[in-house]
Design a protein around this ligand. Sequence first.
Ligand SMILES: Cc1cc2nc3c(=O)[nH]c(=O)nc-3n(C[C@H](O)[C@H](O)[C@H](O)COP(=O)(O)OP(=O)(O)OC[C@H]3O[C@@H](n4cnc5c(N)ncnc54)[C@H](O)[C@@H]3O)c2cc1C
Length: 466
Amino acid sequence: MHENSPVAVIGAGPIGLAAAAQLLERGLDPIIFEAGPTAAAAIGQWRHVRLFSPWRFNLDAAAVRLLESNGWETPRLTALPYGGELIDEYLAPLAATPEIASRLHTDARVLAVTRQGMDKTHVRHRDATPFIVRVEQSAGEVLDYAVSAVIDASGTWSARNPLGTSGLPAIGEDHAAGKISSPLPDVVGRDRAAFAGRRVLVVGAGHSAANTLISLTELAKQEPDTRILWAVRGASPDKVYGGGDADGLPARGQLGARLRRLVDSGQVELHTGFGISTLEDSAGGVTVASGDGRTLVTDVVVPCTGFRPDLTMHRELRLNLDPAVEAPTELGPLIDPEFHSCGTVPAHGAKVLAHPEKDFYIVGVKSYGRAPTFLLATGYEQVRSVAAALAGDYVSAGAVHLELPETGVCSAGSGTSCDVPAAAVPSVGEPDGCCATQQPVLVGIPTGLTHGRSSENQSPYDAGTS
Ligand SMILES: Cc1cc2nc3c(=O)[nH]c(=O)nc-3n(C[C@H](O)[C@H](O)[C@H](O)COP(=O)(O)OP(=O)(O)OC[C@H]3O[C@@H](n4cnc5c(N)ncnc54)[C@H](O)[C@@H]3O)c2cc1C
């Protein structure tokens, strides 16, 4: 850390703002760059969607302390806020506190991060050299900021996965871009005109798809010509139907159960095993073809295909990423959706999130790379730990803990966090530590679950790891 230089925080979403609050409590000086015109610009795209976790899991402790010192009143902790309410009642007031507002640059998109005067290949004095954060301001002006550390909380919203099954855009996807909506359109509100009375194909098997499909059935009640198609790549949509009554986040369980009823009643036309290979845009609509030769003709496609991290801005940094998930190497195996369909992930902080590039961290939903199971509470613990580490308090940085609801959405047939040895994930009230319990659990970094980590980075934290 270079004394008196600020710590750059990239992105003023919930995790970036929480990082700023945590840094301020540690006596560090954050400078926050937000690409959008206001804080929480990404959540602004899904204001109409209700969160499935209640307020008490959606607030960061340091942010709450800062807000309360500025006269803020806590929302009802058991209520489930809409994305818009999360902004209006929490994130916008947080961004408006004098402590944050004076350090927040909006319409400021970070283009790249590097070390001052050296590219990625240079080793000498690397750790002692300030970072340079290159920022494009709204007027097109580009400025370089020298900072002591960088926390990237820029999310993944701007980089959705393509519709094609192989990780590449389907052939014709780019050409049909005008018929492909944003990932979570407000089909009964802001974006209604694009969907009313039209054929709509929703692609994907996650909660965004479930939300959009349910909203489309609401629209179809008022606009009966609206036809709702749903394509999933897998053989079954069970993963989306989820834990039902067993889900520790009841709102999420209800979402899946409701969708199942809509499919069973024929209001949503489900196509399973539909891996998209091509899109052909013509005057009659977009013809979407699967690899096995089936076709669906639609007016608009909603791509609920998930997100991936955009890492181009870190080209000059030394990162250590899981080759599959693109999360920090040690975190990857804990969240890999191929093996882990539960939302519950062991608490983790600066140690797990560290890269060979000293004092550089990716946090928030971006830290999960391509894994879809990120929860705000996890991110708040990440930034608490990272701020402690940047302040040199390695004991506090290593003493990670987290209270999260069990999700109850482990899918049968694939690996889940049930695979985690029970002793590694202590739970309250149930013996198997995973899907069966609806009780909140306290979890720590499980010993023996770490993969591929070089030992030299571990020492500062080991004393405090619980
Ligand atoms: C529909 C939906 C519902 C969800 N519901 C829940 C829930 O109920 N409970 C829960 O715990 N989690 C939920 N999540 C998951 C997660 O908590 C959210 O995605 C959350 O917004 C992640 O916060 P973040 O700060 O990491 O990223 P974001 O909220 O995406 O914030 C990133 C910010 O960085 C900015 N940015 C991006 N690129 C740049 C750049 N180059 N330079 C500067 N700024 C940049 C963006 O404009 C944005 O403001 C939900 C997610 C979605 C999509």
